[in-house]
Design a protein around this ligand. Sequence first.
Ligand SMILES: Cc1cc2nc3c(=O)[nH]c(=O)nc-3n(C[C@H](O)[C@H](O)[C@H](O)COP(=O)(O)O)c2cc1C
Ligand SMILES: O=C(O)C(=O)c1ccccc1
Length: 386
Amino acid sequence: MTKTTNGDLLLKNITAQSPFPICFDDLEKAVAEKMEAGPFGYIRSGAGGEQTLRNNRAAFEKYSIVPRFLNDVSNVDTSIKLFGKTYPTPFLFAPVGMNKMAHDDGELAVVRAAQQLKIPYIQSTVSSYGLEEVAQAAPTATKWFQLYWSTNEEIAYSMAARAESAGFEAIVLTVDTVMLGWREEDVRNQFSPLKLGYARGNYINDPVFMASLPDESFESYVQGVLQNVFHPTLNWENVRELKRRSNLPILLKGILHPEDAKLAIENGIDGIIVSNHGGRQLDGVVGSLDALPAIVKAVNGQIPIILDSGVYRGMDALKALSLGADAVAIGRPFVYGLALDGQHGVEKVMTNLYDELKVSIALAGATSLPALRNITLVKKDGVDEK
Ligand SMILES: Cc1cc2nc3c(=O)[nH]c(=O)nc-3n(C[C@H](O)[C@H](O)[C@H](O)COP(=O)(O)O)c2cc1C
Ligand SMILES: O=C(O)C(=O)c1ccccc1
């Protein structure tokens, strides 16, 4: 339970010695000025004509709150429970690969921020640092491992087993990236972080992957990653086999259809992440928030639902939680914080999201996340109402 206080949460930003961008657009602008076009474009852009990227934002903007008053909102409980553990905020760090593009400390800075703020951290398969190094950097953080399947399945099993031994507490299998999306900005910039070696961390530390290479040259490593990281054969039998081989909860990331959510449950999956990969995979896809209500209905409380893609302010989180998500994951905002000021920048971005969420829950007239579900939301087009 956090006291909302009588105060002005913004004051710490107004008196801050070195001002930090307060919202997503300001953050993106600041990072655009700091980073080179190639890596910045890689992080910012969406696939194709960026319709999915726009749909994500538009989905949040469609909903409006009809607040309630006179409820005593001096204490707000923002805590959540996932797989038996309680966390003070409903945020997670979405898995984002190749963090060295943004800052030399890469994933190490992010997991330290996660430890500090008690926010679960999901490490990407294609991270710059290896999962063992990340575990060592923040031994008490809650860490989950995001798995990209491998063409050579033994590599996937090896990474999942390494994660389990290093103390990671769940496996997040991403299902929407069996091949890379059509990313025009990267072609414009002639930029491929995979080819530059930014995704090395987990591969060069994997004995099964290394044994599969013809030699230890950089070229062989790059070819090995490209051959393995895209895996169009992925299917439900692979999911069942992963489940059989692992003792950890398994989540599927990238679910958008309620029938896939039902299949996930039938196949023994422990949680799902409703996501369109931040608009980076298939263009022309439904905004993740627009996909949420049907999935919430289909899942009917059987497993936790996390949502990502376009959660750029506390109010976005509030809307997703109100529509039935159990938690939300943050992608680009934390990467921009990392690019601007390492661990401190990540903490600043997440703290602002959290502070905005807290004040918004109270001003909407709720005092807990379950209570948020009873808040009235109307859709701009007036069609849907909750
Ligand atoms: C630069 C970048 C790299 C990403 N790498 C991965 C990844 O390795 N694995 C994965 O499952 N998702 C990856 N994602 C997608 C995020 O996990 C998340 O779904 C997305 O960023 C959420 O949208 P948002 O950026 O609008 O918050 C990446 C996203 C970005 C921006
Ligand atoms: O850039 C991404 O969004 C991503 O998820 C990815 C997938 C495979 C290789 C590199 C990055």
